[in-house]
Design a protein. Structure first.
Length: 349
């Protein structure tokens, strides 16, 4: 009886500790993914999307400091650091003051941190979580700042900005402690605590033209690695939903959304099994002014038009699941996404 009582006390203590740990955070950004992109992708996918399983839905106001229609840099800075800034600015406010991102705050709290994207790793959205520059197009400086950062795991294109630079430096050789992998198999097998996986030397191609590895597999492996020994923060971006919108290509948008939806499924699967993981799915802005005009639900056919080749100012949805997910319901500025993530981390202790 005494042994049983001791075991019960130990189990209760362990349960209490697990409840006090700050939650893992999986932030998933569908670049350019407005409600029309989600609706169109859902109907083209057998009238279903994993987003239907989320607990709460909110709406985010995406405007930047200087324009009603934001770009990815200003919007990602708002979500990453909680500050409205100028279009094209990365991780800085209107006065060029550097802003600390939620990834960096999590790292200071001894989280593992990671970034997985289908664009170049130096592109605007991922850059806002580790870099501070006045122009999103200063890719070599952004690459330099990543090389000097403490991101534990990153996946994306853009290797040439690290080893084929104008200054002739090879940043990969300077990034001590990192293991660089060249395939999904190597990525899965490595036991390194610092991992870089450049999927392409430059800009990755669209999914419907053969881009690999799948975002679904990359997300699943990344979650397994980051969760091995401590709490974690990861930002996963379906980057090229936006590019399909700029091209006014419905097939491009649909293939990118479908892949992103599968990756969200892996995140939600992890969160349900873990019990202490907050998943947030949103967009930086809508792209293309997509309107769903018709189709056939039973045959998964859709008909849609674009009214813009650029971004639009419409609000975008925010889906949330897990501890503190109720914080994300309602209508709010995109800066509040940072505030709500920070609250979840602090109140989870």
């Amino acid at each position: 009886m005494q042994n049983f009582f001791s075991f019960f006390l130990i189990l209760s203590f362990q349960l209490l500790l697990s409840q006090q740990n700050p939650p893992n955070i999986i932030l998933m950004i569908g670049d350019g993914m407005g409600l029309s992109q989600i609706s169109t992708g859902m109907y083209a996918n057998g009238n279903k999307t994993i987003l239907e399983e989320f607990e709460y839905v909110g709406l985010s106001k995406t405007h930047s400091l200087d324009y009603l229609v934001t770009d990815s840099a200003a919007s990602a800075t708002a979500m990453a650091s909680g500050v409205k800034t100028l279009n094209r600015a990365v991780g800085i406010d209107e006065n060029n003051n550097k802003q600390k991102s939620i990834l960096e705050i999590c790292k200071e709290k001894d989280f593992n941190v990671g970034l997985v994207v289908t664009s170049e790793i130096v592109h605007a959205t991922p850059a806002c979580f580790y870099a501070n520059v006045s122009s999103r197009y200063d890719y070599e400086e952004i690459a330099l700042q990543l090389s000097e950062h403490s991101v534990d795991l990153f996946v994306g294109g853009g290797e040439d900005y690290f080893n084929k630079r104008k200054d002739k430096r090879n940043l990969l050789e300077e990034m001590s402690g990192y293991t660089f992998v060249n395939s999904l198999e190597e990525f899965n097998k490595t036991t390194s605590k610092k991992i870089g996986f450049f999927t392409y030397p430059g800009e990755p191609p669209p999914k419907n033209l053969g881009r690999g590895p799948s975002l679904e597999s990359l997300t699943e492996i990344s979650l397994n690695k980051l969760s091995e020994d401590k709490s974690f923060f990861i930002m996963v971006e379906g980057s090229q939903i936006d590019w399909g919108g700029h091209d006014n290509s419905l097939n491009y948008v649909l293939s990118e959304f479908k892949e992103f939806d599968l990756a969200i499924g892996k995140a939600l699967e992890f969160a349900k099994a873990d019990g202490n993981t907050l998943v947030i799915v949103t967009a930086d802005h809508e792209t293309g002014g997509l309107s769903l005009n018709g189709g056939n639900v039973n045959k998964s056919r859709v008909r849609a038009d674009f009214n813009s080749g650029s971004h639009t100012g419409t609000m975008v949805p925010v889906f949330s699941y897990g501890p503190h997910s109720n914080l994300f319901k309602g209508i709010y500025d995109n800066t509040a996404i940072f505030d709500k993530m920070l609250t979840a981390i602090n109140e989870g202790k």
